[in-house]
Design a protein around this ligand. Structure first.
Ligand code: SAH
Ligand code: SF4
Length: 391
């Protein structure tokens, strides 16, 4: 690849400077307390008129009620003076995203269609396994990146989710699983993946602030080793993600040649494969015990040949990456321009990578009966709504 490539304008549908809409304040004018760091919460209470010492104490108490007990009602905060609770209620709120629809699959996968306070819908999925429970969290409403196999990429509207809305997803899942008060052991919700709707590294500050609270020992107390951030390859933000968030990294590679990756992940026209893999090699904290996951969606006759598998191995070796590969059977949606590779093809691809000493499990599709793939519940709900309206 010539060095000039970086300076070329980006052809095609990719938005060179993705500008999502700003979030709007709540209609009731109240300040959301979820998502504020401890200092920020203290500052808000002070700003509303509490003495600095009071504000500090109240912030500590409220923080505990919110994150340890899952409380949303100031009246339940028994160590806060009864007379002060109405004052708090008038100015502040401890909310959750609104649930538009909740579904449970026959394999135990749960999926929620959620709504922001200003009416934008987004999704969250919980996947229980024998030894863990993984919550798939959204970072944006829609996505500006238009990957061709991804249904979220076809959605127009984009708004960054606020820290409150990102942490709020985890809180809501804990509500649904009955996991309050916070317990260090025996939880169902053990892992978080930032693999719902949106590109987390295009909403860096909010994702970082949210995950800090999720990881805080006095917050939701999940270890950074149990959190994975998935990016389609926003190279300039990867080092900061490692330094400032420090969670596991997953990279949506999906192709090993410029031609194919340009087509299916248009961001590749801006940050090419070599640049991306160099950034992976430099990712702080990646080592053999904490590998980088390469996600690879299996698209029939597009990226699934034995030659592609061998090239993938070569690239991983070239950059000496502590890597594992997650092979994801393509989850089709109406109007998608691709099909899923055959089982034999996926097995052959997986074997080549595996025989090179790199773990390459095939991810089992979960929750197919409830359309638990990216962006699909939202569309299914819209379809239902439209047919109801037409009736
Ligand atoms: N924007 C980030 C994170 C959200 S997408 C990223 O792209 O990494 C999470 C994962 O779901 C990505 O690996 C994405 O490629 C994959 N994905 C999206 N649509 C899919 C589909 N229809 N079938 C299978 N995997 C899909
Ligand atoms: Fe956005 Fe990720 Fe979907 Fe690409 S795969 S459109 S980056 S959500």
């Amino acid at each position: 690849m010539s060095a000039d490539t970086d300076l070329m304008p980006i052809p095609g549908p990719v938005d060179p400077v993705p500008v999502p809409r700003a979030a709007v304040p709540r209609a009731d004018g109240k300040v959301e307390l979820i998502g504020l760091g401890k200092d920020a919460m203290r500052a808000e209470l002070e700003h509303a008129g509490l003495e600095p010492k009071q504000a500090k104490l109240r912030a500590k108490q409220i923080w505990h009620w919110i994150y340890n007990r899952g409380v949303t009602d100031f009246d339940a905060m028994s160590d806060i003076a009864k007379t002060q609770r109405p004052w708090l209620k008038e100015r502040f709120v401890i909310a959750r995203p609104e649930v538009v629809e909740a579904q449970v699959s026959n394999d135990g996968t749960r999926k929620w269609l959620l709504k922001t306070h200003d009416g934008h819908e987004f999704e969250m999925v919980f996947i229980p396994d024998a030894d863990r429970g993984t919550l798939c969290v959204s970072s944006q409403v829609g996505c500006t990146l238009n990957c061709r196999f991804c249904h979220t990429g076809t959605m127009q509207l984009v708004r960054n989710l606020e820290p409150a809305e990102i942490v709020g997803q985890v809180m809501l899942a804990r509500d649904a699983l009955g996991e309050w008060p916070s317990q260090p052991e025996g939880r169902m919700l053990t892992n978080i993946v930032m693999m719902g709707m949106g590109e987390p590294l295009y909403n860096f500050d909010n994702v970082r602030d949210a995950l800090k609270i999720v990881m805080d020992g006095d917050g939701l107390g999940l270890s950074k080793r149990r959190i994975t951030l998935s990016t389609s390859g926003v190279v300039p933000m990867m080092a900061r993600a490692g330094e400032e968030i420090g969670v596991n990294l997953a990279v949506s590679l999906h192709a090993v040649t410029k031609e194919i990756r340009d087509e299916i992940v248009p961001l590749n026209r801006k940050y090419g494969i070599d640049q991306l893999l160099e950034a992976c090699a430099a990712y702080p904290g990646a080592n053999n015990a904490r590998r980088i996951t390469f996600e690879y969606v299996m698209l029939k006759d597009k990226n699934d040949s034995d030659e592609d598998a061998r090239e993938l191995v070569r690239l991983i070796r070239k950059y000496k990456l502590p890597a594992k590969v997650n092979l994801i059977p393509f989850n089709p949606w109406g109007g998608a321009p691709y099909e899923c590779s055959s089982e034999e093809r996926i097995r052959s691809f997986s074997n080549i990578v595996f025989e090179a000493g790199i773990s390459a499990p095939v991810r089992t599709p979960r929750g197919r009966d409830i359309d638990a793939a990216c962006g699909q519940l939202k569309t299914a709900a819209e379809r239902k709504r439209k047919s109801r309206e037409a009736a």
